[in-house]
Design a binder for this molecule. Structure first.
Ligand code: GLU
Length: 473
């Protein structure tokens, strides 16, 4: 797995939680783009050391979300838990070098010291007498953890590509644990070893990991490994300024696809713009993003999630999308009656009015309704006796139309409206109600053409003499 490549290697390292978090998706996107822009490699690592949370479905959800956004890794994913032995091996190497030590302080002893520090209003620091103990004095049987010997003097500086220069006094770094008393590696160790072995050159991740970076550098230095370039990206906030979480609404990428009817290119574009900018450009394609992306454009302050902006972008990408593709997304929402060819034909009209796939489906529903159509409240109110009489005349007129195309139907009905001294709107309103059961739909000539002669006339006629009308009076 080791890589000597001088090229850029990035990675996305999610911990399975049951879904791909929208913030995680943005981290993945930035890593993917950075690698693509520099002609490098983008790798995935599943940090599955929390065995309770790392279920098959939780891991599958991450691949599913990444696949949908087109952010799969360039190589098969690395699974962190499977590499525990390698992590332990590095801890033992650090022990052998004298850069780490066995610490036999018991949890009780540590708690006591912590309490004492608190009582004396001192910051607690692990000050283990085992740090400089000679290995020959290590008890053979007693349980121990392996701790790193963190430097106590001087300071550590990170030239972060997003945060700028950040310096921490080494006295603030504890002798943190590398191996627990049961021999399992800690997260801090696993990340460093994996990044090194995967040849990662650029660590782009959430700024909640900035503090960890200083500890990770301690291990890197002790091993004599190259410190990667760091870029800690600010968190995403909800509209209220608090860290984006479930109470703001959907945070799983799957919900944006399934519940909100978003297209992946819209989510891709939105996540790109969330925290990264290129002038005031809003709509940026995948190819352009690869060309333009760099870490210099990532802002230092957190951005707020703006659902309205995302919906607008989604509307834009729906209008741009291929009709047959949209039809295949809409069909399952309509059910077994859906006809792909008809949906595709209707799509140029439907997509003008929809911001998400569910709105497309709602707009398409009239095509597949069964007669007699259920009228919504507004449509029912339009169908007065006068309107029904008018529909009878329209039906009679259209039944002799031999050319059932948008252009011919338009010419025909415009002529009819003129003869009757009526505006076209007066005709269209009751027709739309009769043909769709609603008061919003594509243009009325398109509706007629899409339904076809037989179905359109039958729907008009059904309202001329409603089946449930009482004719005995
Ligand atoms: N697994 C960590 C997380 O999901 C990321 C670790 C890293 O990027 O270094 O927050």
């Amino acid at each position: 797995m080791a890589s000597d490549s001088a090229g850029v290697v990035t990675r996305f390292a999610p911990s399975p939680t049951g879904f791909l978090h929208i913030g995680g998706a943005r981290t993945a996107l930035f890593n993917w783009l950075y690698a693509r822009h520099h002609g490098g490699k983008y790798l995935l690592r599943i940090e599955d050391t929390d065995r309770a949370r790392s279920t098959e479905p939780a891991i599958a959800a991450i691949f599913d979300g990444l696949g949908w956004l087109g952010l799969e890794g360039d190589e098969p994913a690395t699974f962190q838990f499977a590499r525990s032995n390698r992590h332990a091996e590095v801890a033992h190497e650090l022990l052998a070098k004298g850069a780490a030590y066995r610490c036999y302080l018991t949890p009780d002893e540590l708690a006591e010291r912590r309490a004492k520090a608190q009582a004396e209003r001192r910051t607690f620091r692990i000050d283990s007498e085992w740090r400089d103990a000679d290995p020959s004095s290590w008890p053979a049987e007693a349980p121990y953890v392996v701790r790193i010997k963190a430097p106590r003097e001087g300071e550590t500086t990170i030239e972060d590509e997003v945060q700028g220069r950040v310096t921490v006094a080494n006295s603030e770094l504890d002798d943190f644990v590398l191996l627990r008393s049961d021999g399992t590696p800690t997260y801090m160790l696993a990340v460093v070893v994996d990044d090194h072995d995967m040849g990662v050159t650029h660590v782009i991740r959430g700024d909640d990991h900035l503090n960890n970076a200083f500890r990770q550098i301690v291990i890197l230095d002790a091993m004599g490994w190259q410190v990667p370039v760091y870029a800690h990206v600010p968190m995403i906030l909800g509209a209220d300024g608090a860290k984006l979480s479930k109470r703001h609404g959907a945070v799983g990428v799957d919900a944006y696809r399934d519940e909100m009817g978003m297209l992946p290119e819209a989510v891709f574009n939105y996540l790109l713009r969330l925290g990264w900018g290129h002038g005031d450009r809003e709509e940026i394609s995948r190819e352009e993003a690869i060309e333009l992306f760099d870490l210099a454009g990532v802002g230092k302050s957190p951005s707020r999630f703006d659902l309205k902006k995302l919906l607008n972008l989604n509307g834009h990408y729906i209008r741009e999308a291929d009709d047959a593709r949209l039809a295949s997304l809409v069909a399952p929402l309509i059910g077994p009656d859906a006809d792909l060819a008809l949906l595709t034909e209707a799509m140029p009209q439907l997509k003008l009015r929809a911001k998400d796939v569910h709105e497309l489906a709602a707009g398409a529903a009239f095509l597949f309704k069964q007669r007699p159509l259920q009228m919504d409240e507004k449509a029912a109110a339009l169908l007065t006796d006068d309107a029904r009489a008018l529909l009878a005349r329209i039906s009679a007129r259209l039944s002799s139309e031999s050319d059932w195309t948008v252009a011919a139907l338009e010419a025909n009905l415009k002529g009819f409206a003129e003869e009757q001294g009526l505006g076209l709107g007066k005709l269209a309103q009751p027709m739309r109600a009769a043909l769709t059961g609603t008061t919003t739909s594509p243009g009325i000539f398109d509706v007629l053409a899409l339904l076809g002669r037989e179905e359109a006339l039958a729907r008009l006629d059904a309202q001329v003499e409603p089946a449930d009308a009482d004719h005995t009076a």
